[in-house]
Design a protein around this ligand. Structure first.
Ligand code: TYM
Length: 338
């Protein structure tokens, strides 16, 4: 089964900018894996997006294969879903150009991710960093996507994607499906930084203690949770405002064990933070250990990963072409293919 089946289409992707964090997994990849049952899924390794920040070429190539192996290790099944590399399908950049003529500067200036990244990379505030959300809109609209499972940090980009699609359709007729974001409401749509729990857990945090990586060794995971910042109140209750560190640990424990928030509160009632930290570390280790061992196996066969990406790109190109033919036609551009 591929994304050309009659099931509704899911599209999502992650940047090959180093290993994934627990946030990437809980906020996005885990949902992708589940969605394969009921949707025709397309999962992209978005290397063009990664280029908006200067990358070491060798490291980038390495990261691309590692991320592909991680997709598989997490449970993305290439027999069911399309897995491909964004730069292998030139229609992404092509459609991004067309869509950039329907996107206003003011809309892009409002994007909080651009503001954050411009702050982080002051030496290289390039034009692509600014137009990043247009490329993201192209990724999604190219495949007539129904649903886009992402973490909360991508919400604004999804809203822009919808606005651009609606604007384009308003001018030229129903060329694009207007996609729905799928953002969890279970507290892990934004897994927090373990050291500064008011922020999201991010690959780019300065302290390694701030983030759990999917391939961290069990001991490292225990250490990171033990050192997680909490507060001095000393009660385990769910209060995101006054106890963001504790709320984050509870959310992670729930997501890792499948328990509800109420169950978490009764499980940890009258306990100290140390127990919450240890049990969360153990639950995360139980979740990540099988992924880590599958990854080590998959990542050793680069030939197979390369082949898989090429096959995925072929499938993606075939679908993308249908949308591109329509876009060219409504814009008044003569056909590019027979
Ligand atoms: P990226 O690579 O930053 O992250 C991949 C996915 O992980 C989610 N995520 C989180 N979820 C919960 N808690 C966190 N702390 C956390 N950190 C990251 C992100 O929301 C994302 O879903 N621009 C996108 C990639 C992209 C894309 C697309 C996604 C490009 N084109 C089209 C969907 C559709 C990004 O940089 O994700």
């Amino acid at each position: 089964m591929t994304a050309s089946s009659s099931l509704p289409t899911v599209f999502s992707g992650a940047q090959p900018t180093g290993q994934l964090t627990l946030g990437n997994y809980m906020g996005a990849l885990r949902t992708w894996v589940r969605m394969q049952q009921d949707y025709s899924c397309i999962f992209c390794v978005v290397d063009l997006h990664a280029l908006t920040v200067r990358q070491d070429p060798q490291q980038l190539r390495e990261n691309i294969f590692e991320l592909t192996a991680l997709y598989l290790a997490c449970g993305i099944d290439p027999e069911r879903s399309i897995i491909f590399l964004q730069s292998h399908v030139p229609a992404h950049s092509e459609l991004a150009w067309f869509l950039s003529t329907f996107t206003q500067m003011g809309e892009l200036e409002r994007m909080t991710q651009f503001k954050d990244k411009a702050q982080q990379h002051q030496q290289n505030i390039n034009a692509a960093l600014f137009t990043y959300p247009v490329l993201m809109a192209a990724d999604i609209l190219l495949y007539q996507t129904h649903k886009v499972p992402v973490g909360e940090d991508q919400k604004q980009h999804l809203e822009l994607t919808r606005d651009v699609a609606i604007r384009f359709n308003g001018l030229y007729g129903p060329v694009f499906r207007v996609p729905e974001p799928l953002i969890g409401n279970d507290g892990v749509a934004r897994v927090k930084d373990l050291q500064e729990p008011s922020k999201k857990m991010s690959k780019s945090a300065l302290s390694e203690l701030a983030r759990v990586m999917l391939l961290d060794e069990p001991d490292a995971i225990v250490k990171k949770f033990k050192k997680a910042v909490t507060d001095t109140l000393g009660v385990i209750q769910y209060d995101e405002v006054n106890q963001p560190g504790v709320a984050n640990l509870l959310n992670i424990w729930c997501a890792a064990t499948g328990n509800s928030r109420e169950q978490a509160l009764s499980h940890f009632a009258h306990n100290q933070y140390g127990k919450l930290k240890m049990e969360t570390a153990e639950a995360v280790n139980a979740l990540l250990q099988p992924i880590r061992s599958r990854f080590l196996q998959l990542n050793s066969d680069r030939g197979q990963l390369q082949e898989l990406l090429l096959r995925g790109a072929e499938q993606a190109r075939a679908q993308a072409r249908q949308t591109m033919d329509q876009v060219r036609s409504v814009l008044g551009l003569p056909k590019a293919f027979q």
